[in-house]
Write a new protein. Structure first.
Length: 399
């Protein structure tokens, strides 16, 4: 084995450290605190880094098991206005708040600092080597390393991610509703409601929102994503802005608040136009009636129930999901007046399974709910709903 290196930081606090995909892989669980010059200690774990002609093994900070909704400060980092969120985590508040209040309520009143990354020779602590053009994004309150990025990366602080929305909220173009963080703070998000509504029928109300999401691990820029919530069942849908499936509008890291507000206003106009297009798509799906047999074919295509490959257990699981979607197609939420046996009802049968009935693993009920939220907005459940929405539009003759 090649000689090891120990990564040290400018703080004596124990740090958490991610494993950057494609470059570094963790192959041993967290170990013990190792001494650093000056009597300080750092937590460590072995990781391997491959490079053409070379092989290195580093000792990095302790790796934290990822809980999706951030609870690193002892409470769920989320706030909700009105009715409790469908994922059953958060603090219900009477009305929407300013961004400054939202930050405190959501547990986002912390900053991200950029620390240099250095390597120490384990056999000679007096020898060290810097890792050029690389810094660690460190959460100030927990000292968790949220990501390793290039030196030119500019951190978009949480108060910056919120404050440019204050102008829109002040003009009643949007209202704060929900905010929180995932993965220990690696992703920060906010939901702002738009003062408009859409109806699929007298009892089927759809509310539009802007999902604002930012990451501190360098994986994604700050984005505004048009999102709808069907009130009767709390199904959510992130609307793609182009046929290519691109989601959200990127907000630049303007140093001047006025520039960020101006950009947000312009992009809110694009999002409003997308909601109007959604209204057209909604009524096209409502106009397309489906027989149970036609709906079954739609569900089979999405679940892969007819695929010949897979183990017996996988085939049984696909059939079970298919059966649940067929049940959903005829339940009370999807047989409302004007909705029963339509492409809109079929889509929501899939969305109901993806958002509420899909099973998630986790060490605790809270952990399962954490993973569920991440999947619904950004992961596999989200991807399934996107495919289901496109399929329903194809049935309705829109695509």
């Amino acid at each position: 084995m090649s000689p090891g290196l120990r990564v040290a930081w400018r703080s004596s606090a124990a740090l958490t450290f991610p494993s950057p995909a494609g470059r570094i892989s963790l192959f041993r669980p967290p170990g013990v605190l190792l001494p650093k010059p000056g009597g300080q200690k750092i937590a460590w774990a072995f990781v391997g880094l491959s490079h053409p002609g070379l092989e290195f093994f580093f000792l990095f900070g302790r790796c934290l098991v990822a809980h999706e909704i951030d609870q690193t400060t002892g409470r769920a980092a989320i706030f909700v206005t009105g009715e409790p969120a469908w994922h059953r985590l958060g603090t219900v508040i009477e009305q929407a708040t300013t961004s400054a209040e939202a930050i405190g309520l959501a547990g986002l009143d912390w900053r991200v600092e950029q620390w240099p990354v250095r390597a120490f020779d384990p056999d000679n602590n007096s020898q060290e080597a810097g890792i050029p053009d690389t810094v660690a994004n460190v959460r100030t309150d927990t000292k968790a390393v949220l990501g390793v990025v290039g030196r030119r990366y500019r951190v978009f602080q949480n108060h910056e991610a919120f404050d440019f929305m204050d102008g829109l909220v002040g003009d009643k173009l949007a209202m704060y509703e929900t905010a929180g963080s995932l993965h220990g703070g690696k992703r920060v998000w906010m939901m702002a409601s738009i003062p408009k509504e859409y109806r699929a029928g007298p009892d089927d109300l759809i509310k539009p929102y802007v999902l604002l999401t930012n990451t501190h691990d360098g994986s994604q820029a700050l984005r505004m994503i048009p999102t709808t919530v069907r009130v009767v069942c709390q199904n959510t849908l992130n609307l793609a802005l182009r046929e290519s499936g691109v989601e959200g509008l990127t907000i630049s890291h303007h140093p001047r608040l006025e520039s960020r507000i101006a950009e947000a206003r312009a992009k809110l106009g694009i999002i409003a136009a997308r909601f109007d297009k959604f209204d057209d798509e909604l009524h096209a799906m409502l106009a397309k009636e489906l027989t149970v047999t036609e709906a079954g074919g739609y569900f089979r295509g999405l679940t892969g129930a007819d695929l010949p490959h897979g183990t017996d257990r996988q085939k049984k699981t696909r059939e079970k999901v298919l059966g649940q979607m067929l049940d959903n197609f005829d339940n009370d939420k999807n047989t409302l007046p004007g909705v029963k046996h339509t492409a809109w009802g079929a889509y929501n049968a899939v969305s109901e399974w993806a958002d509420h009935q899909r099973k998630f693993r986790g060490g605790s009920p809270a952990d399962k709910l954490d993973r569920q939220l991440d999947s619904v907005w950004f992961g596999q459940s989200h991807q399934l709903k996107q495919a289901a929405y496109r399929g329903a539009l194809e049935l309705a003759g829109v695509l």
